[in-house]
Design a protein around this ligand. Structure first.
Ligand code: AP5
Length: 217
């Protein structure tokens, strides 16, 4: 059976940072719905143009667009052994659609780590975040700075501040998370799959907790 994991947590909890490290360690594909939308945005595809206004307002892209985008992504050959989903699902309709998609091939989500972080930490993390233009690698001006200012250590591309990382938009994204995504905590708790991880620790400590939570699942 293929291994599928869903990483939950509020904006800025460290999902992308952890997903990149954990997928390397577990040799799984990392699927970030936010990264796929941003890639489409930078290429100005139809999907990117449709998603842009929602993203810039800190709102969720409609379920039908998001679900069909993830369905296509999960059919790529690199997902044959499973995937680590970061940022999807984010609504009950997306979670139900994912369960259905996986079931069609005799698979299921095996575990759902929830990274928890207090709101003041979220605000500091997101307003100090730097993202890389080409590979989506993530830095923080204070907690995880690049070796050379403004340049990604991994692929040398330019670092920039995301449009939706402005304070007002971050607050809106937290509200949207509370309203639309927190019902998934109960959804996965009922399935016995939720594991809480304290995201306020240092990056390496969060990784250790995540790997421990996933071991044997
Ligand atoms: P998306 O890109 O998924 O944003 P998000 O969930 O809001 O998550 P972030 O990427 O902001 O944060 P993160 O938890 O990955 O934190 P990171 O590791 O970067 O979505 C963007 C938008 O796309 C949405 O608003 C929506 O419009 C749309 N969208 C995406 N998916 C969708 C879906 N399924 N349905 C509908 N719409 C969707 O870390 C943050 C910062 O903290 C970094 O600077 C990092 O270096 C630092 N940091 C991380 N961990 C630590 C630590 N332990 N200690 C200190 N600093 C740390």
């Amino acid at each position: 059976m293929a291994r599928y994991y869903v990483l939950l947590g509020p904006p800025g909890a460290g999902k992308g940072t952890q997903a990149k490290i954990v997928t390397d360690a577990l040799k799984l594909s990392h699927i970030s719905s936010g990264d796929i939308f941003r890639e489409n945005l930078s290429k100005q595809t139809e999907l990117g143009k449709l998603a842009q206004s929602y993203m810039n307002r800190g709102e969720l892209v409609p379920d039908d667009l998001t679900i069909s985008m993830i369905r296509d992504r999960l059919q790529k050959p690199d997902c044959i052994n499973g995937a680590f989903l970061d940022g999807f699902p984010r609504t009950p309709a997306q979670a139900e659609a994912l369960d259905k998609m996986l079931k069609e091939n005799g698979n299921e989500v095996l575990a759902v780590p929830l990274i928890t972080v207090p709101v003041d930490v979220i605000l500091e993390r997101m307003t100090g975040r730097l993202s890389c233009k080409d590979g989506g690698h993530v830095y923080h001006i204070k907690y995880n700075p690049p070796k050379v200012v403004g340049v990604c250590d991994i692929d040398g591309s330019e670092l920039y501040q995301r449009e939706d990382d402005k304070k007002e938009t971050v607050q809106k994204r937290i509200e949207v998370y509370d309203r639309q995504t927190t019902p998934l905590i109960e959804y996965y708790q009922k399935q016995g799959k939720l594991v809480e991880v304290d995201g306020s620790q240092a990056i390496t400590d969060v990784t250790a907790c995540l790997l421990k939570a996933l071991s044997g699942k």
